[in-house]
Write a protein that binds this ligand. Structure first.
Ligand code: MG
Length: 178
């Protein structure tokens, strides 16, 4: 049985992961609107990952005999921003999420809920990648300044990120409407 405080913290985290989904889906639309379709694609892939993160926590609560609570979502960071500002926002958002996961780990250790630890450590490890990838793009965009050529080259590179197969966010996957 999952610890009471750990269950509450993980339910809060489901909301944070779903809000991350919203953030990246919104950023994706913003990039597509600016014809930065590589960045828009990258953000769709990221939104898919956030939904998968929310579901990992959701399954964990169910697997441990707990109760899932889905809270109202806040629309955070949904305004349209420049590419550099958007990626900075994404990086700051990931640091915020890392802090939340560290806090769940602390809570779970305080109530001896060691069965949550492998999942939480998986997430902490995942956050290293999330922070690294967004920070790298912030640094590259900072280097590029206002160079349209450079920004378009980076956009082409970001178009290469692969979707998990069967993602409902992948416009190229015809199976999703079957
Ligand atoms: Mg996440």
């Amino acid at each position: 049985m999952i610890g009471e405080k750990t269950e509450k913290a993980i339910n809060d985290q489901i909301k944070h992961e779903l809000e991350s989904f919203y953030v990246y889906l919104s950023m994706s639309a913003g990039f597509h609107e600016q014809n930065l379709n590589g960045m828009g694609h990258w953000m769709r892939c990221q939104a898919h990952e956030e939904l998968a993160h929310a579901m990992k926590f959701y399954e964990h609560i169910l697997d441990r005999g707990g109760s899932v609570t889905l809270f109202d979502l806040k629309q955070i960071h949904t305004g349209r921003q420049s590419p550099l500002q958007s990626w900075k926002t994404a990086y700051e958002h990931e640091k915020f999420i890392t802090g939340k996961i560290k806090n769940i780990l602390k809570i779970s250790r305080e109530e001896n809920d060691y069965a949550s630890e492998p999942l939480l450590l998986w997430f902490l490890n995942e956050q290293i990648e999330e922070e690294k990838s967004t920070d790298e793009i912030v640094r590259q965009l900072t280097m590029l300044g206002d160079s349209p050529n450079g920004i378009l080259m980076l956009d082409r590179k970001l178009a290469l990120r692969a979707f998990s197969s069967g993602s409902p966010l992948d416009p190229g996957d015809n199976n999703i409407v079957a």
